[in-house]
Each structure stands twice: as C-alpha cells, then as structure tokens.
Ligand binder design. Structure first.
Ligand SMILES: N[C@@H](CCC(=O)N[C@@H](CS)C(=O)NCC(=O)O)C(=O)O
Length: 223
C-alpha cells in the first residue's frame, strides 16, 4: 500500500493530487506543524532522517523529495499517464520543469518568507532598524528581482503551450503548481501575469485537485 507522510500546509499536497490524478489507492499518515515554529514534528524524522514532507512509503521503499516521488509514482504506477513519450521535445520540457520547480523556483520564494519573518520577528528594539534594513536590502536587491524574472519567464512559457510541458497536462504541472501557488500567496504574482493566474484557475478546477484537498485537509502555502 502507498502511504503518504503528509504534513499540513505543505508540498505533500502535490503527492496527494498526483495519486488522485492516477486514481491509485493510498493512505495518509498525518503530521502537524508546530504552531509557533511551523516546523515539522520530530516524528517525521523517524520516517526519513531529514524530517521533511513529503515522504512516500510503498512496500519496502521509503522515498523523500517531491520531484523524486513524482517521478517514481509516474514510472512505477502511471502506465504511461501524465508523462510525455520519451524522446519527444515535450519529454525534455517535462524533465526541465520537474527540476525547475524545486531547483530554481522555490529557493527565492522560501528566502522571501525567511527574510519577511526576520523583519517582523521578535528582537531587541535597538536591533530592529538594522535587521529591517538588511532584510529590505536583500529582498529588493536579490530575492524580489529573481522572483520577478522567473515569473516573467514562466508567464512567457505558458504563451508557448497550455501546460508547462506542452499541450497535455502532465505531472510537471503538479510539481510546478507549488511555486506558482507560493508566488501568488507571497511572491507578487497577480493579474499582471494573466497566463499564470489562468493556469492556477485551471488547476484549481480539476476534480482530482479538489479530491486531494478534501483528503489532505487544510492547505495554505507556507514553506
Ligand atoms: N525539496 C523538498 C523540500 C521539502 C520541504 O522543505 N518540505 C517542507 C514542507 S513544504 C517541510 O517539511 N517543512 C517543515 C520543516 O522544515 O520542518 C521537496 O520538494 O520535497
């Protein structure tokens, strides 16, 4: 039986969604973030040493990293669904976006969250102006321009095809959904990039996406 080690409000929502798209049976083992630190509980480190979500168990296998999990599920259980045929330009784009999501898109979005928290977090009053100034410089000089450049690029790519890998919806769209959701939540993505906003709308309208939300429970973007 496939078991998803699922942390509330997290990237593991994508794995539930993929399993719903593939109509595979699965169980959810739930973990709750600490309400103050928002970190995963120590119990998740008993499943995988890094204690991050998602983690997938399938028989003897334990696998972390959402991209690796998605590749595994599609290859092992997908029967050719949600992946373009090998050797096609779409397959290469599929691979590219599958990696881009966590390798390029997420790091500046996570950095933004961290630096926003630094600026707002508790600290002695005399440190606050300095901390805020440093956080502001890093955000305006590095983080936000990177996010904006990536969003412009994604917006342009969605002008080439309906979905990230081509004309067909693929598992790369599931992987890409998280950075696009995160950008809409806190990365400045809005109606000025209509293709990305429309893409989000199309994702949210999918039945398997909705079923995964129902099974996963609360979902809002954190890290
Ligand atoms: N690149 C990893 C990132 C995993 C990750 O950072 N997961 C977050 C949830 S979205 C997490 O477990 N955060 C809680 C913590 O760090 O304690 C993946 O895509 O699986």
């Amino acid at each position: 039986m496939i078991v998803v080690h699922h942390l509330n409000n997290s990237r593991s929502q994508r794995v539930l969604w993929l399993l719903e798209e593939l109509e595979l049976p699965y169980e959810i083992k739930r973990y709750q973030r600490d309400s103050k630190t928002m970190l995963a509980p120590a119990a998740l480190r008993e499943v995988h040493p890094l204690g991050k979500s998602p983690v997938l168990s399938d028989g003897e296998l334990t696998l972390a990293e959402s991209g690796a999990i998605i590749e595994y599920l599609v290859e092992r259980h997908g029967q050719g669904r949600l992946v373009p045929p090998p050797g096609t330009p779409e397959r290469l784009r599929y691979t590219y976006w599958l990696h881009f999501a966590e390798g390029s898109a997420m790091p500046p979005l996570v950095m933004k969250l961290v630096f926003d928290r630094i600026a707002k977090g508790p600290m002695p009053f005399f440190v606050r102006p300095v901390a805020r100034a440093i956080a502001g410089r890093v955000k305006s000089g590095f983080i936000e321009p990177n996010i904006a450049r990536q969003l412009d690029y994604m917006e342009a790519e969605l002008g080439r095809s309906t979905w990230f890998a081509g004309a067909e919806f693929s598992a790369a769209d599931i992987q890409m959904s998280f950075p696009v959701e995160a950008a809409a939540a806190r990365g400045g993505l809005d109606a000025k990039r209509p293709r990305l906003m429309e893409y989000l709308g199309r994702i949210h309208a999918r039945e398997p996406y909705r079923r995964a939300l129902e099974r996963g429970g609360e979902f809002s973007i954190l890290t």
